[in-house]
Structures are given as structure tokens and as C-alpha cells.
Design a protein around this ligand. Sequence first.
Ligand code: SF4
Ligand code: SF4
Length: 135
Amino acid sequence: MTTKPNIKSWRDLNIGGVIESGTSEHFKTGGWRSKVPIWQEKNCIQCMNCWAFCPDDAIKVKDGKRAEYDYEFCKGCGICAEECPKTTQAINAIKKEDPNIEIDSWDGAENPKFREKAAILMVSIKEAKEKFGIK
Ligand code: SF4
Ligand code: SF4
């Protein structure tokens, strides 16, 4: 006779950390980018491949259509250019950083904005701990 393994259910597990969702909005990851994708609207066929594949939600959508890049969050990975149908030429080869694009980046703990955001995150964790009675 085989014995049933003693596997814990989710009810038996200790509660882990709970962090407020959407915190990535507080971090302007575009500051890491060394290259910039350029959208050619006149060539775009609105297939939305770029939007679907962008790992950082850095392509804006307006009225159900692809709109401009959100360069504050675009990391310049080039996936959008890779997924854009080659026949359209709607996304140029990744170019060098445009010095005219201002990026409000996360540049470490000395940045007052980072400290403010970190404080928000810590408050979220504290609230979650209190809510779930975690010491
Ligand atoms: S380069 Fe990468 S991060 Fe930037 S918009 Fe394209 S897919 Fe998104
Ligand atoms: S993948 Fe290219 S053609 Fe399709 S919506 Fe994006 S930019 Fe336009």
C-alpha cells in the first residue's frame, strides 16, 4: 500500500510579503536606455505587434490605435522593431539617444525622488504586514 505524501495546502503555508501592485509606474526605467526606437507613423499599419510584445508597456495607445513611445519607460531593447512587419518600415533601426529627449530617471538612493518612491513602497509593505498580522 502506498502512503499519501504529506503535502501542505495553500492554507498551511505562511503568508509571504505582499507588495502593492503597479509600483513599476514609480520607476522611470527609460533612464537605462542607450538606444532609441523611432516610430514612423505614416508607415504604420496598426497591427499592434509592437504594443503586444513590448515588455515595458512603453508604447502608448490612443483611441485603440498605436500612438507614440513613452520614452520615460522604453528601455531600448528593440523588440518592437523586431516584431514590426519588415515590409512596413514603421519602426526605424534603433538609433542613438536623442539628447533632446528628457528622461526623469531613477539614478540611485541619493536621488530624492527615489527616496520618496522607496518610502511609498515601504509604507505599502508596512500596511500589508499590519493587514495580514505579519511580524
Ligand atoms: S525598445 Fe523595447 S522597451 Fe522600448 S518600446 Fe520597443 S519593445 Fe518596448
Ligand atoms: S508593429 Fe509596426 S506596423 Fe504594427 S503597430 Fe507597431 S509600428 Fe505599427
